[in-house]
Write a protein of this length. Structure first.
Length: 263
């Protein structure tokens, strides 16, 4: 950070901010003050304290980061929603780049993940690895025949991890588009970094790349974006810029290793 602001993601860079949900009460209170009245109402309407905290942390941290990038008061960042339901920054008059700042947010368990890029849509998903009932049935519903075959060749624990990896890749892709997940789950094959149509009819997949992310222990994450990008991992609220930089898609980890690391 420089002068209270953040240098924007430049060129092919994608900034990936991992935000812990477990924050001191003072930090939660500060983030609560960043929210609009509608955002605060939605947080208050959440079932349970944990769900409310996740919403406060996610939206509050998003506003603080947007404010730092755009050079404005976080509470004054105007957010709107596209017809497909994807949020975006309504006005970027203070933005220090010709390409509009784009973002996407996800949360799971104790973590929120926010991705930022300049001039290109992004989608992210993060999932905590946990036991699933009727995994076989989920695989039949959500995976292509080729994905099911690859998953069935793995031992049980590895099968569970790779199922979550496939899920995050697909959800990240649909979130980048701004669509709804369920109609696409079994129509997109995500075995490696290049998503493919299972039925040969999805021309919109051309040029998209899927990146498996280095996530906190017991989590898997994915990024969907057009083209080759450089991933820059960061931790909020302590700005550890350049902690980890990874270039190129994560296709090399296809069904190899757990891809579960400390951030």
């Amino acid at each position: 950070m420089k002068g209270g602001g953040l240098d924007p993601p430049a060129g092919e860079a994608v900034h990936l901010w991992f935000v812990p949900v477990r924050l001191p009460e003072g930090a939660i209170a500060r983030l609560s003050r960043r929210l609009t009245a509608e955002e605060a109402r939605r947080a208050a309407a959440c079932r349970g304290r944990s769900a409310a905290r996740r919403r406060i942390v996610g939206r509050g941290a998003l506003r603080e980061l947007l404010g730092a990038y755009l050079g404005v008061d976080p509470a004054c960042v105007a957010l709107e929603t596209s017809p497909s339901g994807k949020p975006f920054v309504a006005s970027q008059v203070q933005w220090r780049s010709e390409a509009p700042l784009q973002f996407n947010l996800t949360h799971s368990g104790d973590w929120t993940l926010i991705a930022f890029a300049a001039g290109r849509p992004v989608g992210v998903d993060l999932e905590r690895i946990r036991p699933l009932r009727r995994l076989d049935r989920l695989m039949q519903r959500c995976c292509t025949p080729a994905e099911q075959q690859a998953l069935n060749a793995l031992p049980p624990r590895a099968r569970l991890v790779e199922f979550f990896r496939l899920w995050t890749r697909k959800e990240a892709l649909v979130k980048a588009w701004g669509g709804h997940l369920m109609p696409w789950l079994a129509r997109v094959e995500a075995l490696d970094d290049k998503p493919r149509p299972a039925d040969g009819e999805l021309g919109a997949l051309a040029g998209w790349r899927l990146y498996s992310l280095q996530a906190p222990e017991s989590y898997v994450g994915a990024l969907a974006v057009r083209g080759l990008v450089r991933l820059e991992y960061r931790r909020w609220p302590d700005d550890e810029q350049g902690v980890e930089t990874k270039e190129g898609p994560a296709g090399a980890d296809r069904f190899g290793g757990a891809n579960v690391h400390h951030s």
